[in-house]
Design a protein around this ligand. Structure first.
Ligand code: CUA
Length: 315
């Protein structure tokens, strides 16, 4: 799948709402758009009339027009005030006794995603890709430990800031299946623009299947080449930062890679997840995403091939 193709199917537009909250925000946007367009046209018409007119208008008439315009402006501002207050209340009203609970942590510059479960062993940790079932409210707890980020999936909801020290909460719901692109919407450093993620909304059955697969430990290496890749992974610096469940790699600094091969992108939506891009990322991530915390890894081509075989098996 090419990168442009990926972007095409991962929609990213506040004007194409896929859930109840984005729909309310979209309604408010269109109300403001049409009212402001009408006001703009009226002002332009008044300006044109003033320019072509030859004699000065009578003072009383001018007073009436100006007073009328001031009253109309105040009324329009009140309409906007009530409409936006109503939208704010509607956004906060989504709730459920049985939501899918997800904790999203913003890091410089990627998203850690954990599916909460009272049973610790059932928790799932992934990165930069949030799967949700269609038609069910999702409760997202938001956390940051470094700087302020902002969680924004335009098709599903408005922006929500992640402020260090203050855990937040937002609710969202998708009403139709799709892959919706999200983006950090608060400048958070050098690679802020490369801090994207995907929300994959799918049928409840598909979601349940995905979650069950993510709960599994990594499948053991299937070939001798992948086995050598596994050994390299745990011996090299990789394991200091990354976790692969079921192996000795349990670093917590970078994304959990247990099911890396099941994800669509690398480096928080920066690259499509293909072997070529993954190889480039391992060998020289600093050229692809300068200042990101992952150091370059110098590897011979045989070792790189083995490492890729191992990572490719992490479905
Ligand atoms: Cu995180 Cu901008």
């Amino acid at each position: 799948m090419s990168w442009t193709c990926l972007l095409a199917f991962a929609g990213h537009s506040a004007l194409d709402p896929a859930g109840p909250q984005a729909a309310r925000i979209g309604d408010l946007w269109w109300l403001m758009f049409w009212v402001c367009s009408a006001v703009f046209l009226l002002v332009m018409a008044a300006l044109a009339a003033g320019l072509v007119r030859e004699e000065e208008p009578a003072r009383r008439r001018m007073n009436r027009v100006v007073t009328g315009a001031v009253i109309a402006t105040a009324l329009i501002l009140f309409v906007f005030l009530f409409a936006s207050t109503g939208t704010g209340r509607a956004l906060a009203s989504l709730s459920s006794a049985d939501p899918v609970s997800v904790e999203v942590t913003g890091h410089q510059w990627w998203w850690e995603v954990q599916y909460l479960d009272p049973v610790l062993a059932q928790r799932v940790t992934t990165a930069n890709e949030i799967h949700i079932p269609v038609g069910r409210p999702i409760r997202i707890r938001t956390v940051s430990h470094d700087v302020i980020h902002s969680f924004w999936v335009p098709n599903l909801h408005g922006k929500h800031d992640l402020i260090p020290g203050y855990d937040g909460e937002l609710w969202l719901q998708a009403d139709r299946p799709g892959v919706y692109r999200g983006q950090c919407a608060e400048f958070c450093g050098h690679q802020h623009a490369h801090m994207a993620f995907l929300v994959v909304a799918e049928s409840p059955a598909r979601f349940a299947g995905w979650l069950a697969a993510q709960r599994q430990s990594a499948s053991p290496p299937a070939t001798p080449l992948a086995q050598r890749g596994h050994d390299l992974f745990v011996q090299l610096q990789c394991a200091l930062c990354h976790t692969v469940q079921g192996t000795d790699a349990n670093g917590r600094i970078g994304p959990d890679l247990t099911h890396l091969a099941s994800r669509r992108t690398l480096a928080a939506g920066t690259l499509p997840n293909t072997p070529g891009h993954l190889a480039g990322w391992i060998v020289d991530s600093q050229t692809l995403k300068p200042s990101n915390p992952m150091p370059a890894t110098s590897l011979g081509s045989n070792d790189l091939e083995a490492l890729l075989a191992f990572l490719d098996g992490l479905k």
